[in-house]
Design a protein around this ligand. Structure first.
Ligand SMILES: [Zn+2]
Length: 304
């Protein structure tokens, strides 16, 4: 399985258009020991020819334009992108679908609550089904495994299994919660190697820890460093855990709770612009590296 990181920021990106936090100001000034980041996007492929997206970020157009693998290879219209697996209906995870509305066929996989939130509550998504041969939607269930396939129905030998990790639906949905609102995805390559994509986890259960220990690569929720990161900056709002994100640092943060996790390659993704670990000259970044983790960087590509 080829894995390519196309973006690693949380919703809003880094810098975020209306944010003047220390990180955003520093990165705009060009005097920041770290990188600007597009919103989280990962692409995977079994053969390097056909590609699948994990989510569809609002930055997808420029992420495709900066990745030759994802660009058309001939004919008047074509794309190596065969499908999109959705882990949630969060806007920073689905808005990119609307950027793929040019009458092109591709597959989308998502749970009942994710597909109904998009298709029944938001008429804009009907743009993806203006003609018969356009997007084909596939419903998945958390806990069940399914095979990724091409638009022509051909199997690629790669499977995906999902785990429900949060019941929280986005604020624009017409209900607050659903059992299958947010998933973690585990992709198994033809080689048997496993990639975990968990950009949002509200808590770390024993079951999740056991699952993580069986992976070859883990892309984990790196949204916030601390519980009160956003409330301190804004003076109001919800804590990290209340927003469905277990922080990286501090007591019972993921760094501490996963200190014994040695098997997989470990990378934080979905990093909010306020997170101090973005500053590569700071102690938080050092703590992350010392614990054997990396920040997922755009353009990073590896094979499992
Ligand atoms: Zn900021």
């Amino acid at each position: 399985m080829q894995v390519k990181i196309l973006g690693s920021a949380a919703g809003g990106g880094f810098p975020q258009w209306n944010c003047a936090c220390a990180n955003c100001q520093a990165v705009r000034s060009g005097r920041f020991a770290g990188k600007s980041r597009l919103q989280t996007q990962v692409a995977i492929s079994a053969d390097g020819a056909s590609w699948f997206l994990l989510g569809a970020s609002p930055d997808l157009r420029c992420q495709i334009e900066s990745s030759p693998e994802l660009q058309p290879r001939g004919g008047s219209r074509s794309s190596p992108i065969e499908g999109v697996v959705l882990a949630s209906s969060d806007l920073d995870h689905v808005l990119g679908l609307l950027l793929l509305r040019e009458m092109h066929p591709f597959l989308v996989w998502g749970t009942e609550s994710v597909l109904s939130t998009l298709r029944c509550q938001n008429t804009m998504f009907t743009m993806l089904n203006r003609v018969a041969d356009q997007v084909r939607w596939n419903q998945i269930r958390s806990g069940e495994s399914f095979g990724l396939k091409l638009i022509n129905g051909e199997s690629i030998g790669m499977t995906c299994e999902s785990r429900a990790v949060s019941e929280r639906l986005p604020a624009y949905a017409n209900r607050a919660t659903a059992a299958d609102a947010v998933l973690g995805l585990v992709l198994t390559a033809t080689s048997g190697k496993k990639l975990g994509f968990f950009p949002q986890i509200a808590s770390l259960t024993t079951e999740l820890k056991t699952l993580f220990a069986s992976l070859d690569c883990l892309l984990l929720d790196g949204t916030f460093w601390s519980e009160d990161e956003l409330t301190r900056l804004q003076g109001t709002g919800q804590s990290a855990r209340e927003m469905g994100h277990l922080p990286v640092g501090g007591e019972n943060g993921t760094l501490q709770q996963l200190a014994g996790l040695t098997r997989p390659k470990k990378m934080y993704i979905h990093i909010n612009n306020t997170n101090p670990m973005l500053n590569e000259a700071g102690p938080e970044f050092r703590a992350v590296r010392d614990a054997g983790w990396n920040l997922a960087d755009e353009g990073c590509q590896f094979t499992l």
